[in-house]
Design a protein around this ligand. Structure first.
Ligand code: MEV
Length: 423
């Protein structure tokens, strides 16, 4: 747990200095940090056992977003992503939320849904009733499959049944609702669904085909909100511009896809860093956004005092136990950096980052346009590549941007000129 995530100028440090600072702030030791700071230190035999036909690893940059304060706690947030500007933008938005207390996040509990598809059911509506009448038997059988989950306070909680029309006739869909605690829960619910198949066949008189979880995890929602300071955003015009940008997304699916993509830039980066299933999160987010007509996962409003209030609601099926989160050494280090103790706490952080990311994108789009920030960051990277360090990075970058000549050769010349000039 970090005392204060507000670190100004983190980007100005060298990578080695950043690592040292991170270890100091989080208590992560050198050995735990090694696979994260040096991909060559990742034990390949661990990766070899994660998937099939392993030949190597694909390494992504991992950055730390600063300034996050969520439910009164500070977090340094590891983000794995190939896209420039994302980490800086999230940190910047989190800074703008800090004067008003940062983010407040809640969740609806770790409830996952498994679906059991029965076809060729002679009397679908009567079958639906028979399944519902057998709820206690179904829950007991499901819970027998995972005594460990039950011991940790989780387990099957409810059964619901829908008769749906399809291209091949009516189907009876039995849905098992399972509290998966700190697990993402795919294995647990899929095992339960498979075990229930014979019972569902007996009760419906039909044939069971699919037995699989739904990624539309709308019983496992996370909600986060924050007040973004109008002055730090750039004034009333920018606030109004952000609201209009959001309204554009709500009104138009072409814009909304990009708007939600920007949210997922932040969400996925933390999901990947913590070894969670980002495809599941993507599927959940976009399908949830599509319920009732594709719309924004975030909302924006202007408070009476002129500040901007943003909120997000999104399914968040992430876990802390099992899967890559437990076995991948980088994911383990990232969980330690975050200091989260439950999957729900991780979900709170991820949703807050999604909101921050969206706010940052809309602010840039509504104010100066997205390319300016990209160019400034690119110029800083170029300056660093040319050998600039500390404050010199910004000084060189500024000149490169002004001259619109962002290349390493010019950066070297500018650096030499500045250093020759008494530095
Ligand atoms: C780029 O990865 C994300 C943005 O396009 C999001 C948006 O347009 O809101 C900047």
């Amino acid at each position: 747990m970090v005392k204060d995530s507000r670190i100004s100028g983190f980007y100005k440090l060298t990578r080695e200095e950043r690592v040292a600072r991170l270890l100091e702030l989080t208590g992560l030791d050198r050995k735990e940090a090694a696979p994260l700071t040096d991909p060559g230190q990742v034990d390949m035999s661990v990766l070899d056992h994660m998937i099939e036909n392993v030949v190597g690893a694909m390494t992504l940059p991992l950055g730390i977003a600063t300034n996050f304060r969520i439910n009164g706690r500070d977090y340094l947030v590891p983000m794995a992503i190939e896209e420039p500007s994302v980490v800086a933008a999230a940190s910047n938005a989190a800074r703008i939320a800090r004067p008003h207390g940062g983010f407040t996040a809640v969740d609806t509990g770790p409830l996952m849904i498994a679906q059991i598809q029965a076809v060729n059911v002679p009397t679908p509506f009567a079958a639906k009733q028979r399944v519902l009448e057998a709820k206690e038997e179904i829950l007991a059988l499901a819970n027998e499959q995972d005594p460990v989950l039950v011991r940790f306070g989780g387990g099957a909680r409810d059964v619901r049944v829908r008769v749906i029309d399809s291209a091949v006739g009516p189907m009876v869909i039995t849905e098992l609702i399972v509290d998966t605690r700190d697990a993402m829960g795919a294995n647990a619910v899929n095992t339960m669904a498979e075990a229930l198949a014979p019972t569902v066949e007996r009760l419906t008189g039909g044939r069971v085909l699919l037995r699989i979880l739904s990624n539309l995890a709308d019983l496992r929602l996370v909600r986060a909100r924050a007040t973004f300071d109008a002055e730090l955003l750039g004034g009333e015009e920018v606030v109004d511009g952000i609201i209009a940008a959001w309204a554009f997304a709500e009104a138009d699916p072409y814009r909304c896809a990009t708007h939600n993509k920007g949210i997922m830039n932040g969400i996925d980066a933390v999901v990947i860093a913590t070894g969670n299933d980002f495809r599941a999160i993507e599927a959940g987010a976009h399908s949830y956004a599509a319920v009732g007509g594709y719309s924004s996962l975030t909302k924006y409003e202007k408070a009476p005092d002129g500040n901007l209030v943003g909120s997000i609601e999104v399914p968040m099926a992430v876990g802390l136990v099992g899967g890559a989160t437990k076995v991948h050494p980088v994911a383990r280090a990232c969980v330690k950096i975050l200091g989260v103790k439950t999957a729900a706490e991780l979900a709170h952080v991820i949703a807050s980052v999604g909101l921050a990311q969206n706010l940052a994108a809309l602010r840039a789009l509504a104010a100066e346009g997205i390319q300016k920030g990209h160019m400034a960051l690119h110029a800083r990277n170029v300056a660093a590549t040319a050998g600039a360090r500390g404050d010199m990075i910004d000084r060189v970058a500024e000149i490169l941007v002004r001259e619109k000549k962002i290349n390493v050769e010019r950066a070297r010349e500018v650096l030499a000129e500045l250093q020759g000039g008494g530095e």
